[in-house]
Each structure stands twice: as structure tokens, then as C-alpha cells.
Design a protein around this ligand. Structure first.
Ligand code: M6R
Length: 607
């Protein structure tokens, strides 16, 4: 949430900052701003909207400046506006600050600073940081930043400059990601490794209450007391071009098409000598056998992956499994014992609520296992064990390939738990594994011909609302399908277990109202068919996701989107791809920005 970049070195800073800021636009795009060190002090430009607006507005800024910071915002405190855009400055305009996070005690700090004579120019929580640094500045920016941070409660990734210290950027963090690296030409800082990796593969992920001072000559680190520290370095081992859109019209479509590869990579090395292996769990077979309750904690799409896992774990391993949204779990009093396994699912590995929930679960004595896509992320680092989903960098705000990576990883976990409980034998596991691997080819089949999906989308593109219905695992696919539609096309969409329709939602139906029904082959197929009939009888336009070879469904549905025949347990993997494509096609028809939907950000690092 919010992207921060900084550079100090030998080269002109402006273009470097813009290039790197653009890579972070997925973190928020309400407004953007830049501050450059110049011979005449700090030069600041801010604009409402995307980085492109800022680039245009900055044409006249100093092209020779070699030190600067920049920010792309996802608004928390204060509406999106130029005045609320970062960087924020002190009264004397000598301090500039970019911030990611929330200063929770900002109101109290602001009141005090105002009483001390400071004048505020924005509605943001961040501005207090600029004034605090101004207040404590005695010729050393690092000391002033440490003093300011001592007063702050909340989450922050901060990059700070002072006009009297040319070439210096001070960095601080608590609970918001900050990555730093030294390239050949200077030092870089950002809130995501992708904005540093082009310069260097050797990066430092700052820990809470660690500070860094960057100059053209190098970087140094200290703790809150000012004592020098040597932080851990991390090696970035992926390719830069994985984050490029290439010839695809948008990242979302590119990422949807990467899903067969994600399935294959996630499964690679998991079957060793005929046995399922997830060494990263760091639990012995005995410890695994001891688990008698599972909590899956997650948000958004990752939560939906958890709903699928519940079905599989309970079915195969017979272990009671709860799936909870992290923002609720963290404030409840969940029943956790030493035999509880908590599984935290998060693409970014930095979602604030999920992170807080696992911290709480560990204090309560649970073993915490992370499933994330980002190597070295907070959730990965704070879990007892971690599976990486192998989706590689996901740029589109709407999760697609990371979801498939999560579902495949959770399926493996369910199989492992079943194996350790002796509920599935080795031969059964092998059959399941082979069928799971087959879903890669089935997704390819779906992707090879999307005409029916596009036709259905064209027919539904003008709708204001849609209902998604399904039973059993199909209902979980519907939750995710409805989320995809609303987040990228702004069509109001709700998902219901199909049997619930007649308890309320059916009242919404009228002539032409789209009902997306996931009616794939399962023991309860006929029940879903009845619910489709009930909707059809009330004039609904039916878009059915069905299994190839189903010759009944055409009688009820206006559009049938077929998926290859697959075991019900693995149907969410293929059926979800159809609904991702359907949502995207509607968003494209409606002229929406598929990759950067309004009001959203890829990583939610605030509560
Ligand atoms: O990074 P996480 O998986 O923890 O993120 C959770 C949600 O914010 C995320 O899945 C969100 O719902 C996506 N925009 C869905 O497409």
C-alpha cells in the first residue's frame, strides 16, 4: 500500500525515480509526488492520479539532481488530492518525507505540533513526520529521524531528506516493507524489491525499528539507539523481464495465461520416490499426525483459496478446519491449542491483518505455516514454515495466478495431512497428484479457445449486478468469481450457495438479470440444476460453467462455458480460470482499467 522509492548516486535521479515508481504503481495510484535535492533546496512536485501525470508535470524540474525520493499513494488519511500527495514538507520546506503506513497517534502529535507553532498544509497523518523531524533537527537528519520515530505509534516505511544534507536519504521502518540496495551508480530504496532489483541483486530488507542512511558513497545501518548494525542481506534470484507486460494488452491476461506454468512449478519436486514431500513445513510425521485443528487465515482472494482448502482437508484428512478473514480472527478469541495448525495464506506476504493474526496465533501457541508468493516477505519470515506458490511477480491488482498457486499448494497440504493421518494411502496420493498435475493441461485447453467466454461477457457487460451460485466446492469458486467481477469491472456481484437462493437473493432476479452458475459434474449436480431452473423461471440470464459432455445444461443456460472433465476436488482450479476470463472480458467491454482498478492496491499493509 503506497509505493516509496529513493535514489542517491552519480546519475540524474529523476528518471531513475520515475522508472522505479512506475513499477510500484500497483501499490496505489491516487496521487504521486517527487522531491529532488537541488542547489536551491528541495524541489517538490505532486499530482493527483497516476505516475504518468507526475512525469508530465515534472518536465521542468532539475535534470542534474542526483538525489531524490518519490511516492505513489493509496489514500488512508485525507482524500486523494494534490495537497495530500506525498512528499510532505516541514514548515521551513527543508524536510521532505514519503511514507507508507499509518501513524496511528497522528491526531495527538499534530495537536501538539500545532501548539508548538507548526503549520499543517494537508489532512494526512504523514505530515506530522515532517514536522517532528524539523522539530528535532540539530544538523543530523538520522538523529532527528530516530527522535521522530520514538514518538510515533503505528506502521511506517519512511524515506526522508533534508535540504541541508545534500545527497543523504534516511530510511526507517516498522511493519511496512522497505528494501535497500547499493548498485554500481548509487544507493536505492523502495517498498518492494522490484524497484531495486534492476540495480542490484543483493538487497537488505530492513527490520522493524532499523534505520538506514544512504549517500552516493554507500549505506550504513543503525538501530533506534543509534548503534551500528549489520542487517541480513538477501539475494534476488528472479528475472527482471518477468515483470514486463510484453505484447499482452494487460498484466491480468498475461498472468491468467501463466497459470499452467504456475501449476507445474508449484508441483515440481513435491513427489519424491513416490512420496509427497513438503519439507518446508518443518514438522515431523509425528507432529503432523498430532494436528487436530486447522485454521486458515487470509484476506480477499487468499481467503477464497482457504475455503477450498477447508473442503479438501476435512474430506481427505478429517481434521476440523476453520477459514477466517484475518481482520476478524485477530480480534477474536480463537480456540488455539498446541495441536492447532494455523495456515496463513497471502500473495504479498505483507497483508497487515494476516500478519497481525499470525503474530497473535504464535503467542497463543499455534504452529504457523505460511503460503505466500513473495520470498523473504514478512509473513514468510514470521512463520514456522513456508510454501512459496511459484506464481512469480503478480502485477495486476486482481489476483489470478497467485490464487491458482495457493489452491495447488493448499491441495498438497491437504494431501499431506491426509497421508499423515493415514486417511489416504500412498497409491491414492499418487493418483491424486497425477490428476492435480493434469490440471495444467486442462487450463491450457480452456485458454486455447475463449470465444464462448467472450460472447457471454459481451451479453452481460451492461448489467449492474450479477449473482454467482454453486453448491459445495462450486460455491467457493463463485465467491472468487464474484470478487473478480466486482473489483475490476465495478459490476455489483454476490455469490451464494445455490441452495440459499430461495431464502432471499432470488427476490433480486428479473428479466435478463445475469446468474452465473457453476454446475460442474459432482454428486450434487442435479440440485444445482434445480436452482438454475428456479432462476431461469424468473427471467434470469444464465451463464453456466459446466463439464464437457454435459448435454443437459444447454436446455437451461443462455451461455455454457465448458471445462474439461476433472475430479470435483480439482474443479476449482479450472473453473476459476473461466471466471477470471469472464470478469476480465466484462471489464474490457466496459472500458475499465483492468490492472489498476479504482480504490484498490495490490498490497494492503494497513489495517
Ligand atoms: O497479498 P494477500 O494475498 O494477502 O492479499 C489479500 C487481498 O488483499 C487480495 O487477495 C485482494 O482481495 C485481491 N485484490 C483480489 O484480487
Amino acid at each position: 500500500m503506497c509505493g516509496i522509492v529513493g535514489y542517491t548516486g552519480k546519475n540524474p535521479a529523476k528518471d531513475i525515480l520515475f522508472r522505479n515508481l512506475q513499477k510500484l504503481e500497483y501499490r496505489g495510484y491516487d496521487s504521486a509526488g517527487i522531491a529532488l535535492q537541488t542547489a536551491d533546496g528541495l524541489q517538490v512536485v505532486r499530482r493527483l492520479g497516476k505516475v504518468a501525470n507526475l512525469v508530465q508535470a515534472s518536465a521542468d524540474t532539475d535534470p542534474t539532481s542526483t538525489c531524490g525520493i518519490a511516492h505513489t499513494r493509496w489514500a488512508t488519511h485525507g482524500r486523494p488530492s494534490e495537497a495530500n500527495a506525498h512528499p510532505h514538507r516541514s514548515c521551513d520546506n527543508k524536510v521532505a518525507v514519503c511514507h507508507n503506513g499509518i501513524v496511528e497517534n497522528y491526531a495527538e502529535l499534530r495537536e501538539r505540533l500545532v501548539a508548538e507553532g507548526h503549520t499543517f498544509r494537508s489532512e494526512t497523518d504523514t505530515e506530522v513526520v515532517a514536522h517532528l523531524v524539523e522539530k528535532y533537527y540539530r544538523g543530523d537528519l538520522l538523529s532527528a529521524a530516530r527522535a521522530a520515530v520514538r514518538e510515533m505509534i503505528g506502521a511506517f516505511g519512511l524515506v526522508i531528506m533534508h535540504a541541508d544534507e545534500p545527497g543523504t536519504i534516511v530510511v526507517a521502518r516498522k511493519d511496512s516493507p522497505i528494501v535497500i540496495g547499493q548498485g554500481k551508480d548509487g544507493c536505492y530504496v523502495a517498498s518492494d524489491v522490484i524497484a531495486v532489483a534492476e540495480a542490484t541483486r543483493d538487497v537488505v530488507v530492513l527490520e522493524d525499528y532499523q534505520f538506514a542512511k544512504l549517500t552516493p558513497e554507500g549505506m550504513s545501518f543503525c538501530n533506534g539507539d543509534g548503534q551500528t548494525i549489520e542487517p541480513e542481506h538477501m539475494r534476488v534470484d528472479w528475472e527482471i523481464d518477468e515483470t514486463e507486460r510484453g505484447n499482452w494488452p494487460d498484466f491480468m491476461l498475461k498472468e491468467i495465461h501463466e497459470q499452467p506454468r504456475v501449476v507445474r512449478d508449484t508441483l515440481k519436486g513435491r513427489m519424491v520416490n513416490g512420496l509427497l514431500s513438503i519439507d518446508e513445513l518443518e514438522l515431523t510425521p509425528d507432529e503432523l499426525g498430532f494436528i487436530d485443528r486447522v485454521y486458515v487465515i487470509a484476506c480477499g482472494t487468499s481467503y477464497h483459496a482457504g475455503l477450498i482448502a477447508k473442503d479438501l482437508i476435512e474430506n481427505w484428512a478429517r481434521i476440523p478446519t476453520e477459514v477466517e478473514v484475518a481482520s476478524e480472527f485477530r480480534y477474536r478469541n480463537p480456540i488455539i491449542t498446541p495441536s492447532t495448525l494455523v495456515v496463513a495464506v497471502s500473495q504479498s506476504g505483507e497483508t497487515a491483518d494476516t500478519l497481525a493474526a499470525i503474530r497473535d496465533a504464535r503467542i497463543r501457541g499455534a504452529k504457523v505455516f505460511g503460503i505466500t508468493n513473495v520470498i523473504g516477505s514478512r509473513i514468510a519470515r514470521e512463520s514456522d514454515g513456508v510454501i512459496y506458490t511459484k506464481a512469480k511477480k503478480e502485477v495486476a491488482v486482481a489476483s489470478t495466478k497467485s490464487f491458482i498457486g495457493q489452491v495447488v499448494s493448499l491441495t498438497l497440504l491437504a494431501m499431506l495431512l491426509a497421508q499423515s493421518k493415514n486417511r489416504l494411502n500412498t497409491a491414492q496420493i499418487r493418483v491424486l497428484f497425477r490428476e492435480l498435475a493434469d490440471t495444467a493441461g486442462q487450463i491450457e485447453e480452456i485458454l486455447s479457445d475463449t470465444k464462448a467466454i467472450e460472447a457471454a461477457a459481451h451479453d452481460c457487460a451492461d448489467a449492474q449486478s450479477a449473482l454467482y451460485i454453486g453448491r459445495g466446492l462450486a460455491s467457493t469458486v463463485c465467491y472468487e468469481g464474484a470478487l473478480k467481477l466486482k473489483e475490476i469491472s465495478y459490476v455489483h456481484a454476490e455469490a451464494y450457495a445455490a441452495g440459499e437462493m430461495k431464502h432471499g437473493p432470488i427476490a433480486l432476479l428479473h428479466e435478463g438479470f445475469p446468474v452465473v452458475a457453476v454446475a460442474t459434474q459432482s454428486p450434487i449436480y442435479d440440485k444445482t440444476l434445480s436452482n438454475i431452473e428456479e432462476s431461469k423461471a424468473r427471467g434470469a440470464k444464465i451463464v453456466a460453467v459446466a463439464t464437457e459432455g454435459d448435454d443437459q445444461i444447454g436446455k437451461y443456460a443462455d451461455h455454457v462455458l465448458f471445462i474439461p472433465k476433472v475430479r470435483d476436488a480439482f474443479m476449482p482450479i479450472t473453473a476459476s480460470v473461466v471466471l477470471q476470463l469472464f470478469a476480465r472480458a466484462i471489464a474490457v467491454e466496459r472500458g475499465c482499467d483492468v490492472d489498476q482498478p479504482r480504490n484498490l492496491a495490490k498490497s494492503v499493509t494497513v489495517e
